[in-house]
Structure formats: C-alpha cells, structure tokens
Design a protein around this ligand. Structure first.
Ligand code: NI
Length: 173
C-alpha cells in the first residue's frame, strides 16, 4: 500500500466529471486500498479518486459510528443518489482545500446505491454527518468542489480566504 499525493484546488482533475468503473480489476482494488490509507494518513472522513488524480467514480469514507475508535471504512464505486430528503447545514472541510471550512446546505437524508469493493451492490441510507459526507464525495465524482455549493458571493469570499490560507501555510511542500 502507498500514501498518495492529494491534489488541491485548482488542479483540473478536481473539476472534471469522473468516469464510471466498468470492471473491478486488481488495479482498482489496489487503488482503493491506497486511497483508504491516504485518507487515514491525512485524518480525512472521506476521499474520492479524483483527489488523488484518478478520474474514476470511486470513493472511500469512514465516519465513526460512536466514540469508539473502531473503523467504519466504506468503499463506494459508481455511487448514485436515489433519494434525498430535508435540509441540513454543516461546516465542511476538504483535503483538497487544506485549512478552509465553509458552511454548506445539503440534503439531511440520502439513499445511495453503489458497488462495494468486491462488486456487491449496496444500498446505503444515511443521515446527518454520514449523509453530508456521502454527498460531498459524490460531488467530487461529478467534478464539483466545496465552493461550487456556495452562492456567487460566498464562493468568491471562500476562494479569497483559501488563497490567503495557501500563502500563510504554503511553505509545506
Ligand atoms: Ni472533499
């Protein structure tokens, strides 16, 4: 396994819709394992393939179920939102926008159909943080990033703030 380099905004791979996975090959499962390792290494709740430069409809996420530290790793391939309900506002961050957080309104409950790592079809019903995470990662697969969920004024403000954060923490690489 390997820790992959995270692409940050405005890397063009982040704003391009990702391709459907036609076959779960050993390369795909190896990518999934590397993505999970990369997500944990960076303390993320989720990581989508475009964020590591691969334009495929795959993401991993781990939203803890409770205070216990047990892993709740989920792999979703070719996910599709089949139902959404209500509204929920949350402060969100993204590994592709280091340090930035913005308040975003999304559906409070979602149903998502996808394939698991082994090709099994799964249906996930989620609410709250879990639902937010699913929608955030699916956005990545559609080429939508955090700031695309903001109105034009807030978007401009958030990008300005991100540029400022990049300048002050930019010496890392
Ligand atoms: Ni993200």
């Amino acid at each position: 396994m390997a820790i992959l380099k995270i692409r940050t905004y405005p890397d063009p791979v982040l704003t391009r819709p990702a391709e459907l996975v036609r076959e779960i090959t050993p390369e795909v499962t190896a990518l999934i394992d590397d993505m999970a390792e990369t997500m944990y290494f960076n303390d993320g709740l989720g990581l989508a393939a475009p964020q590591v430069g691969i334009s495929k409809r795959i993401f991993v996420m781990d939203v803890p179920v409770d205070e216990e530290r047990s892993s709740n790793l989920r792999v979703l391939i070719n996910p599709e939102i089949t139902a959404r309900e209500g509204w929920f506002v949350m402060e969100e961050g993204c590994l592709s926008f280091p340090e930035l957080t913005v308040e975003i309104q999304r559906a409070a409950n979602v149903t998502v159909e996808a394939l698991e790592r082994d090709g099994r079809k799964i249906v996930v019903e989620a609410e709250g943080l879990d639902a937010v995470c699913l929608q955030h990662e699916i956005d990545h697969l559609d080429g939508l990033v955090l700031v695309d969920r903001l109105g034009p004024l807030m978007r401009r403000f958030a990008l300005k703030e991100f540029a400022r954060l990049q300048r002050t923490t930019g010496g890392e690489e």
